[in-house]
Ligand binder design. Sequence first.
Ligand SMILES: [Fe+2]
Ligand SMILES: [Fe+2]
Length: 321
Amino acid sequence: MTSTTDELDEVAEQQRFDALIADEQRIEPRDWMPEAYRRTLIRQISQHAHSEIIGMQPEANWITRAPSLKRKSILIAKVQDEAGHGLYLYSAAQTLGITREEMTDALIEGRARYSSIFNYHTPTWADMGAIGWLVDGAAICNQVPLCRASYGPYGRAMVRICKEESFHQRQGFEILYELSHGTPEQKRMAQDAVDRWYWPSLMMFGPSDDASPNSAQSMAWKIKRFSNDELRQRFVGMCVPQFEALGLECPDRDLRYDEETGRWIMGEIDWNEFSEVLAGRGPANAERLRHRREAHDDGAWVREAAAAYAQKMQDRRRFAA
Ligand SMILES: [Fe+2]
Ligand SMILES: [Fe+2]
């Protein structure tokens, strides 16, 4: 008897959920949602949060070596923004019933994924330009549609994040612009950084649509709004005139625009490299995780002190009552 009532309830809840999605309404933490929807969001939002946090490392590497006080303060602000993005996203994931500790443990124990792009090294200052322009640029293409994601806390976090990402992209472009209009050596440095970051930034959109099994379900749930290939097309279209403004060459020598289909025809992306980095065998995977683990251990006293202070305040209120 109870199970039949439960089943009927579940059918009604599913119908309500489907109607909200169909009507472009938002799903909020208090609402019933299918377990697979919840799990998909926890995976996606926590991976996204981890990417913001790990993504601080390749750029933090240059804070002490930035070429001027102005560049240093801009870079500090940018890296700090990424920490904030991580925090909004961890908070959004927590509304789905996972704890911050569980997410952090999964990351530092190597069970969670984060964007492969952050497993590349940053040997020159021009890498700060290439990361801002290409990596944050690709992130914007991916993330602007996420502002309309069906899950409320995720969509709302993305609105603020996207505003900050566009500052990140402009500061990267400006670094490259100055280098590419500087001495021949500076221009070479800019071209070299762009050559190294261009292909990995195209990989950020993920495999082609036919090799991306979860995409269709995410699109049906209106978490994802455009396919990986559509987003990659948009990104390339955005980069082409900017390459011209920078006076730099696009590393994809086969790139051309097909007037008939209105699409960019790109050279072959090295998916082998992508899966190697994804499998933990990229240039800096081990270093990134080691650093994150050390930072977590070094921060233990801060977490303990905050917890002790919160307990003291709670006790004080209890005695006063
Ligand atoms: Fe970010
Ligand atoms: Fe960013």
